[in-house]
Design a protein. Structure first.
Lengths: 255, 587
């Protein structure tokens, strides 16, 4: 922040006011984007929409974290976790792999917000996840080990197996019947299952849930915020079309 | 080395419900007050904007409003013989961060504790015999009573605009409210919220069975309301993005929607955000707090001297700060001596799921505190003679919304992926409801808070260590109240019910409740409590520690109404007693 902002007029949001202390001069600039210590007095400055920006994922930007080979394996997994059927398109078609790739490339991927200090030690199940591996590492290690396993046991990479074989391998992972070496197979399966479901059911903003497919399937109306007219319409199909944070296709100007 | 700042009259640690309320009362009494908050300044229009707040991934999954465990977390174990390990991502509870604290993403349920609660040990001994309380429970009285608490509950509800219907008024009983509540000096500030289908069906059935359903008291206001501070709130729109989210509609009461907009405009108040308090400093004899030391986001340390120090952070940080500042004697479960960390308690969360074929609950319509409940099996509202336990729970249906990353109920045995998973998910999404039973959790000598010997936060300070498990008393209680809840569920005639009484050991992974209480409890005896009934620390009369950390045990109710009442109670004592004669208010 510049000195000019430091000396912002009272009544707004200012840098620390130190009540006349000369120590104010000692405060250095923090790294860009770092949280700033701030003093608030009177009416805080109002910056509309300053903190709301979640940029919609660009589906055509290419893989941000996965290699081509990794992406192919993930596509082959999410296509079986959420298969195409009469109810919906598949997890692959809905964009779950794009979702996972973008999540891994962001703050989630390297556990930036989590307590990741050691010692890392095995605890009781109730003490929760104690793995030192970040989500990025879980995918990188797990996907590679999964392909090694499939080549050894089935003679082909996971993505090249038939549907039934893929289902069988996924079931074995879920039930901890395959050893993946450097990662516990259930730890790997659980993160892939969790992220796949997140991608399928989250707002389409994040790259999955294409055309709000899962919301239409369930009858979830999405990012609506006012049901006052519907509260007391009990046991009735309200026929509400879903809306995403980005709106709805039919709201866009045509032509 | 900390740089010393000019002194102030009072410094308040934490700007959630408790800190904001006390700061406002002290400023109104003419004191200069500095509020210090470890997180950011939060504002509805900026942080919870209606165009972006309806985002389940961001708020419920990635927990954007919650304290980041990278900043601070806890370690946990079930028994004193185990090695505690850090909670690396929040599971069982969701501590908040920033102005408003956990009061931004709370549900809004705003019960008053019942009159017997404040003298629970005495009450149970009188009703069931002097030897009736088992050794595994360290229940105790609060050192205050209903008559002393009631005006402050009233003050809190008026600030929050709480909606509901009184069952007991000092002027007499009223139909449609909770018959078990303590007599109220006035009705709720706003009328009850309207109800969706699931709570309505539950209430109809409960009524047929002879119980007395009432609208869950809710700090989601039901109509436009202007509180005594001049702050206006708008009616709840039942958007279903409520618990875990900030409210975009100015409908859910929090410090940022009801107190801070007025307080920040007052000349004698200043808020410092992104400043984490490291220590409460004391004089050489430890008889007087001299101020606080905090670190700002650039890593610089500051000492803020103050005449009065008020610690009003979340339960965990209140207790950790007292332990790291050597206030009081740390509790030792082996000798049962010491009070700092003593009587940590939680909530015993139970539920029953109901799967129907022929219903459409439109579960996405709702809010954290929209619903109907009964108190017939709560606390000591039923005869416990011969049951083998004390306590009970608030039985209720509160549809909080149904955003589908998390809200996808299916019967046990359903696959977790594949076409059969998808079929079951679709079939049950709209036709499933659940009845919760939020039950008491009674303190026990082996459940306590202490400093972890191994794990440290990013500033090098020990993490707080939780040693906790459910007692035999609470597990028996959970079975009983869940069976009573299941009886109502069966009467509602679903295709299938699934009863989920809480079982041990306490599991840190699934979310249960953020109602962590105790560790710096209030009472009349300095041997078993840390603060007196004015929330004044025994032996350090200019230090006040306020919050759910003061609860000696937890009844079958949500804590926030009582946290707010205790904040008003402490502020009243400071303004009307302490300032006139600074010193120990109870010798």
């Amino acid at each position: 922040m510049s000195n000019k902002q430091d000396a912002a007029p009272s009544g707004g949001l200012t840098r620390r006011e130190l009540l006349g202390s000369s120590a104010a001069l000692l405060i250095g600039a923090s790294a860009p984007g770092a949280a700033q210590a701030l003093t608030f007095r009177d009416t805080p400055e109002w910056k509309p929409l300053a903190n709301v920006a979640v940029e919609p994922v660009d589906e055509n930007a290419g893989w941000q974290f996965f290699t081509e080979e990794e992406a192919a394996t993930v596509e082959a997994i999410v296509e079986r976790l959420i298969p195409a059927d009469a109810l919906s398109m598949s997890g692959k078609e809905a964009g779950c792999t794009v979702f996972i790739d973008r999540q891994l490339a962001g703050a989630y991927g390297d556990s930036e917000r989590l307590y990741m200090h050691g010692p890392f030690q095995e605890g009781t199940p109730e003490q929760g996840d104690q793995s030192p591996l970040t989500p990025q590492q879980r995918y990188r290690i797990g996907l590679s080990a999964l392909d090694d396993h499939c080549r050894n046991e089935h003679g082909a990479a996971f993505a090249e197996l038939a549907d039934e074989q893929r289902d069988q391998v996924l079931t074995q992972l879920e039930e901890n019947e395959i050893a993946l070496g450097d990662i516990d197979s259930q730890v790997f399966f659980e993160i892939v299952l969790q992220n796949t479901m997140e991608g399928f059911f989250a707002d389409p903003l994040y790259g999955g849930n294409r055309d709000m497919v899962s919301w239409k399937m369930l009858g979830f109306p999405g990012a609506r915020y006012d049901y006052r007219d519907y509260v007391e319409r009990h046991n009735e199909d309200l026929g509400l079309e879903p809306v995403s944070i980005g709106g709805r296709p039919d709201w866009q100007a045509q032509g | 080395m900390a740089t010393k700042l000019p002194p102030t009259d009072a410094v308040v640690v934490g700007l959630g419900w408790a800190g904001a309320i006390i700061a406002n009362q002290l400023v109104d009494a003419g004191l200069k007050v500095v509020g210090v908050e470890r997180g950011p300044w939060r504002d509805t229009a900026k942080d919870f904007n209606i165009a972006s707040v309806t985002d389940e991934l961001r708020y419920a999954q990635r927990q954007e409003l919650m304290l980041r465990t990278a900043q601070n977390t806890i370690t946990m174990r079930n028994t004193p013989s185990q090695t505690a390990l850090p909670m690396r991502q929040w599971g069982s509870f969701h501590p908040g961060n920033g102005t408003g604290g956990a009061g931004n993403h709370w549900a809004g349920i705003t019960f008053r504790f019942q009159p017997e609660e404040f003298r629970l040990r005495s009450h149970l001994e009188e009703r069931y015999g002097a030897d009736s309380i088992p050794d595994e429970l360290s229940l105790q009285d609060w050192g205050t009573d209903w008559d002393e608490m009631e005006p402050f509950y009233d003050a809190f509800e008026k600030v929050a605009g709480t909606s509901g219907r009184a069952g007991q008024l000092t002027s007499g009983q009223q139909d449609g409210g909770n018959p078990f509540e303590g007599a109220r000096s006035s009705d709720y500030p706003t009328p009850p919220l309207r109800q969706t289908y699931a709570p309505t069906l539950f209430a109809d059935t409960a009524r047929e069975m002879g119980y007395t359903p009432f609208p869950v008291p809710s700090s989601l206001v039901s109509e436009t309301y202007t509180n005594p501070l001049g702050v206006t709130m708008g009616p709840c729109t039942f958007c279903g993005f409520c618990t875990n989210y900030g409210c975009a509609n100015y409908s859910k009461a929090s410090a940022i929607t009801t107190v801070l907009p007025a307080l920040i405009r007052k000349e004698n108040f200043e808020a410092r955000t992104h400043c984490e308090v490291l220590e409460v400093t004391t004089d050489s004899g430890g008889r007087r707090a001299t101020g606080i030391v905090y670190v700002d986001s650039a890593g610089r340390r500051w000492e803020q001297p103050a005449e009065i120090v008020i610690v009003a952070a979340f339960t965990f940080e209140n207790v950790r700060l007292m332990l790291t500042s050597n206030i009081g004697e740390a509790y030792d479960p082996a000798t049962r001596r010491g009070t700092t960390g003593r009587n940590y308690a939680y909530q015993t969360a139970n539920n029953v799921q109901l799967f129907f074929d022929d219903k459409n609950f439109n579960p996405f319509i709702g809010g954290g505190a929209v619903g109907m409940g009964i108190d017939d099996f709560n606390n000591d509202n039923f005869d416990h003679a011969g049951l083998g336990f004390f306590g009970g729970g608030s039985t209720r249906v509160t549809p909080i919304g149904a955003a589908p990353i998390n809200a996808r109920p299916t019967p046990p045995g359903t696959p977790r992926w594949g076409s059969n998973w998808k079929r079951a998910t679709v079939d049950n999404y709209a036709s499933t409801m659940s009845i919760g039973c939020e039950a008491s959790n009674y303190s026990s000598p082996n459940n306590y808070l202490s400093l972890d010997p191994t794990y440290r936060d990013r500033l090098g300070r020990p993490l707080l260590r939780i040693t906790f498990d459910f007692t035999e008393n609470d597990l028996r209680m959970a079975q009983y109240v869940t069976e009573k809840t299941a009886e109502i569920a069966r009467r509602m005639n679903p295709r299938q019910i699934v009863a989920n009484p809480r079982t041990g050991p306490w599991d840190g992974r699934p979310y249960q409740s953020s109602h962590v209480v105790g560790g710096f409890v209030m009472g009349a005896d300095p041997g078993t409590s840390s603060v007196n009934k004015y929330l004044q620390v025994w032996g350090v009369p200019n230090l006040f520690v306020v919050g759910a950390s003061a609860f000696p045990q937890n009844p079958g109710y949500n804590p926030t109404g009582t946290v707010g009442a205790l904040a008003f109670k402490a502020a009243d004592a400071i303004v009307n007693r302490y300032l006139r004669n600074p010193g120990e208010m109870i010798a």
